[in-house]
Ligand binder design. Structure first.
Ligand code: PLP
Length: 400
């Protein structure tokens, strides 16, 4: 099928369809497990002349299986270009380093993944790149934080772990009127739940490790772009001047596993969203639970915003018990849901953001980010929702 026709298919068909391998006609993608490629005089000459397209030079620069993953990601994110990376953090770091130079400024939401926050708040400051942290669901606060040297507005579709949902259209309008690039981490939503590029966001980064892989068995990342502000070859530029230099390509076997993950993304996430909604509704009425954050609940502060911009409300939710000790006791007593760092897999996973990913951030700063010690974050998997509810109820009953 021609690429144009594929782009016009609906999400599920785009996700499942892989162009057959030209030589073998295999339906499943081939894996090219090679770090090096044989040149002949003609290819060598093309490389010497600086040609980078359609020549396999060396595995750190790219690999045919990785390119297939990039094609699939472009399809499902609605992107014009994609660059695959070794992890979600590689995608984030490469994007930031590729867009910024000394003296630049970023406006970023208060609640982002902890390593992203640390990268902005500590590492980039060493290179004279400053970040102002704001609540991106408050457009006036974002406007007030913008400076003449602001280059990026950065946020997460559904913020980790506050589940905050920023209004995309006003953010994009504000940014583009000032030639500021909008970068969104779409990991918590996945392209099935939200496609920020369709709303005018310039760059979407994903930890493909999560919903895209979907089975907690692979690490990978992607940078997808559709932008009127950036040059059309921007991702090719940062492939060569940043990704290759940092040495962070996606490994071929991981690319192959992620293509496989994309093919079942919609059926998995559809069911995972349904389960998250059931759990959120149950938790909201639970006597021991202080608060629940899920964009699908009418009590969620940005429920109306979420309803407008996301056809689904995602498979992530957070709830709060008394304190960190109580949270730890609940997780220790869960038998079906797994106490673990990651998310987005077929097994439900739970964690305590304040004691895990955000532990290195001092408590006052954590609380300003909306992260309380008793918060438990849940990524719903494919177990039966009622078995999960019974598992949580049994663990919560130990707090009485
Ligand atoms: C929202 C978000 N972005 C990025 C990352 C980093 O992804 P990776 O672990 O693939 O580097 C994570 C990891 O948990 C995350 O939760």
């Amino acid at each position: 099928m021609k690429k144009d026709k594929r782009s016009n298919l609906r999400f599920d068909s785009k996700a499942v369809y892989c162009p057959p391998d030209e030589e073998t006609k295999s339906i499943a993608p081939n894996i090219v497990m090679s770090s090096s490629f044989q040149y002949d005089a003609e290819i060598f000459q093309r490389i010497v002349e600086g040609e980078r397209k359609d020549v396999n030079i060396y595995g750190r620069c790219g690999n045919p299986t990785e390119y297939q993953f990039e094609e699939q990601m472009m399809m499902i994110e609605g992107a014009d270009a994609c660059l695959a990376t070794a992890s979600g953090m590689a995608a984030i770091s490469i994007t930031l380093l590729g867009l910024l130079k000394s003296g630049d400024h970023i406006v970023c939401d208060w609640t982002t993944y902890s390593s992203t926050h640390e990268m902005l708040d500590h590492r980039l400051t060493d290179y004279n790149i400053e970040t102002t942290f704001v609540d991106t669901s408050n457009i006036d606060a974002v406007r007030a934080a913008i400076r003449p040297n602001t280059k990026i507005i950065y946020y997460e579709t559904i913020a980790n772990p506050s589940m905050k949902v920023a209004p995309v259209a006003p953010l994009v309008e504000l940014a583009h009127a000032r030639d500021i690039v909008v970068v969104c981490d779409n990991t918590f939503a996945s392209p099935y739940v939200m496609r920020p590029l369709e709303w005018g966001v310039d760059i979407v980064v994903e930890s493909a490790t999560k919903f895209i892989g979907g089975h907690s068995d692979v690490i990978g990342g992607s940078i997808c772009m559709k932008s009127k502000l950036l040059p059309s070859d921007f991702l090719e530029q940062i492939r060569w001047n940043t990704m290759v230099k940092l040495g962070a390509p996606l490994a071929p076997f991981n690319a192959w596993m992620l293509i496989r993950g994309i093919q079942t993304l919609s059926v998995r996430v559809e069911r995972q969203c349904q389960t998250a909604a059931k759990l959120a509704t149950h938790f909201e009425g639970h006597p021991i639970i202080k608060q629940v954050w899920y964009p699908g609940l009418t009590s969620h502060p940005q429920h109306e915003v979420a309803k407008k911009q996301m056809p689904k409300f995602g498979a992530m939710l957070t709830f709060e018990v008394e304190d960190g000790d109580a949270a730890l006791k609940v997780l220790d007593n869960l038998e079906l849901s797994c106490f673990s760092a990651s998310l987005g897999g077929v097994r439900s996973t739970t964690q305590i953001p304040a004691l895990m990913a955000f532990l290195d951030i001092p408590k006052p700063e954590r609380e300003e980010m909306g992260i309380r010690d008793g918060m438990i974050r849940v990524s719903t998997g494919l177990e039966d929702a009622y078995d999960l509810i019974e598992d949580f109820d049994a663990a919560l009953s130990k707090l009485k």
